[in-house]
Design a protein around this ligand. Structure first.
Ligand code: NAP
Ligand code: 8YV
Length: 317
């Protein structure tokens, strides 16, 4: 396979780089000062892409007209236009399952941090206020008695639900379909879900269909004790509507791991008191990221050895 040319537009983890360097001829776009010139020169030779951090559409695919596979790092692939890839006969793979538990752990951690203000309480201690002023104020919110509404009861959503059950939370969900064999109450609309719960866990994919699905109407329905946790994609929540709802106390608080324009986080969100912010670390342990990287390698290897990918995105199946 050494004669097969692979494009790596952005740096990837050492376990990915090392294995791909051994198996293929890898062209590292980020190492050149003039990526366009390199693409003009080698674009025709590229058979596969090890992808992270850039969007894929027809304009990009035209630069690599003989590409067969985009092996993407991450389970979410809203930055990849799958229609364009299908039209160009390019298969797309992603990295599901291996990150599910890590992301669910992060989601539950973020939910508890937000509701019990643990980040703010730690800052209080570090600022010497516990010793010199007073104990941290009692939190107006508690996890006790909360009802969790999950928007996107897929792999990660179900893993979050399992954890939330252990914490004694009531659970309900919304997605495009009511799922067979799932006992949690289903709500056919997102506004209906928001009205039925007080803690809205967003774990649906990004993309045009879900863009700004969590809007002013949904936040209004969630109500004044409501907390939004977003572990899915920034684009799913209308950030301006969220800031308005927090400022006007339409909802109580928010815990966000993902943002509309990453890595930019609006200053207003940073200033608001009942908001916990994480820098998109849902899957970000060394072990989980390595497992995701291994799937990027395994998909490329399997495709060029057998003509079959290990984890193609659903649109390709
Ligand atoms: P999944 O198994 O495909 O689950 C997605 C769920 O969302 C499904 O239950 C689906 O149910 C629902 N959904 C609602 N609207 C949808 C739409 N328009 N298109 C597709 N599904 C829709 O995915 P997963 O593995 O749980 O991952 C979910 C998302 O989490 C990823 O797409 C990614 O954006 C995000 N994520 C974030 C991090 C992080 O670090 N923060 C890490 C990993 C993943 P229906 O089919 O019934 O609608
Ligand atoms: C990654 C994610 O941080 O898998 C996803 O969809 O959002 C995260 O696990 C990201 O994809 C890596 O670029």
């Amino acid at each position: 396979m050494n004669s097969i040319d692979i494009l790596m537009p952005r740096p990837m983890l050492p376990n990915v780089q090392e294995q791909l360097d051994t198996l293929f001829t890898v062209h590292k776009l980020y190492e050149t000062d003039d990526p366009e010139a390199l693409l003009d020169e080698i674009g025709d030779r590229i058979k596969g892409v090890a992808l992270t951090g850039i969007a894929v559409d027809t304009a990009f695919l035209r630069k690599i007209p003989n590409a067969q596979i985009i092996s993407s790092f991450g389970v979410g692939y809203d930055h990849i236009n799958t229609d364009d890839c299908l039209a160009a006969d390019v298969i797309v793979t992603h990295t599901p399952d291996v990150l599910t538990d890590e992301v669910a752990d992060t989601a539950v951690g973020l939910m508890i941090m937000t509701i019990r203000e643990f980040g703010q309480a730690e800052n209080w201690l570090r600022a010497g206020k516990w010793e010199n002023k007073a104990p941290y104020p009692l939190t107006p919110a508690t996890l006790r008695g909360r009802k969790l509404g999950i928007f996107g009861l897929g792999r990660i959503g179900k893993a979050i639900a399992k954890r939330a059950e252990a914490f004694g939370l009531e659970i309900c969900y919304h997605g495009r379909h009511k799922q067979d064999g799932v006992a949690y109450p289903y709500h056919a609309t997102l506004t209906g879900l928001a009205a039925a719960c007080d803690t809205l866990m967003v774990v649906a994919p990004g993309g045009a269909e879900t863009e700004h699905a969590v809007n002013a109407e949904v936040l209004e329905a969630l109500g004044p004790t409501g907390v939004v946790i977003n572990i899915g994609r920034g684009s799913v929540v209308d950030e301006t509507a969220l800031i308005d709802a927090l400022e006007n106390r339409t909802i109580f608080g928010a815990g966000l791991d993902v943002f509309e324009h990453e890595p930019h986080v609006p200053e207003k969100l940073m200033q608001l008191p009942r908001v916990t912010l994480l820098p998109h670390v849902g899957s970000a342990s060394q072990a989980t990221r390595n497992a995701m990287g291994q799937l990027v390698v395994d998909n490329l290897k399997s495709w060029f050895e057998t003509g079959k990918a290990v984890t193609p995105v659903p649109e390709m199946k």
